[in-house]
Design a protein around this ligand. Sequence first.
Ligand SMILES: O=C(O)CCC(=O)C(=O)O
Ligand SMILES: [Fe+2]
Length: 405
Amino acid sequence: MPHSDRAQSPPQGAFPGLPPFPDDVPTAPLLRISLDKLLDHDPEEEERCWQACCDLGFFYLDLRASNGADSVGDITENKSSEDGNHPGEALLRDADQLFQVMNGFFDLDVKEKVKYDFADQGSYFGYKGYGEGIVDKEGTRDRNEFYNISKDDILNLTPALPSPEVLTTHRPLYASYINLSHTLCTTLLTLLTPRLPLTPTAKQSGGLPPLHALSSPSGDQIRFVRAPPQPPPTTTTTSQSSPIALGEHTDFGSITILFNRLGGLQVRLPPSISPVPPSTPSTSPSPLCQDGWTYVRPLPGHCIVNLGDALSILSSGILRSNIHRVVAPPGRQGEVTRWSLVYFCRPGDGVRMRGIVEGEEDGGEGEVETAKEWIIRRALGRRRVGGWEDSGGTEGRSMREKGGR
Ligand SMILES: O=C(O)CCC(=O)C(=O)O
Ligand SMILES: [Fe+2]
């Protein structure tokens, strides 16, 4: 069955105050999975989720309470996850509040923000200024700003990193958001584990969840992203006029939980998966929608979940870490600043980056990189010209057809 046949047609909701996602661009056929059904262990929904993780490695997760009791976007100041007992609704509320927090941070003077760039100390936490990353092997500069907040810092597993007052005051909100996101990731890791042909040792030790314990030091992080309007795409784009905010990449870790409100995220669909055709035919198809590159339409009440390299490696390619990038949002959405909020769930620092499924050797430390070494190499390689080749992950495997072990 083609991937798109199993996709429910996405709701067309808009985000208040933002231009709507246009109807004349093809979109990625991400399956829409219900968190409530996963929490109820609905076998059909669990199977759809497993398939999404193997076929594309990207899906929407509907976080709304299925009884519809809580309305999405009902932001009440100081309302934290403790007030709502529905984990999806609580995560949506925290995400709404974090969008406000990051706004306050990015509005600071750049001289203040650069005080929190720790790349020269070998850390990828803190601030990355506009143009301080590279998006390709030619060393083209990125077109966005990041701020990365360490899970270990917020949960007091490591000493607190310096951070500006506008951010420090929200530590309880980060803790709530980290706990909710990590719990969601554990739900997914628990669903995937019995479906993988684990080695006896991996099975005995419980599979994926114990490799991602909240209390183990890890590279888990919250990321705030801001990208100003990008130059409009042309067929003769140069590196100076590149509409690419964040270059093509696979995520380094295990599971990414993403909230964005404007288009701009594109996945590169494998040849077996076709885009959803636009409801209104386009008069001038965008040069950004070629070679499989396909926009993901943001949906209110949902997050976008994608799997990263660590799960591709641990599963020896059964689970997919798909290539994606961020480019100029389509249509009128390209005229406004784009924000996104990400939680990266990663294996514990000491986890070896090798397969834990049948056919892979059990045990032996060998020369295999640890998750900590892997993430530092990949994250910091993208911070320097010439670092592109050193910062590679599973991109080659990502573009293979499915089942490419
Ligand atoms: O901003 C987005 O929509 C995606 C960001 C992303 O892919 C990343 O930070 O790894
Ligand atoms: Fe990403």
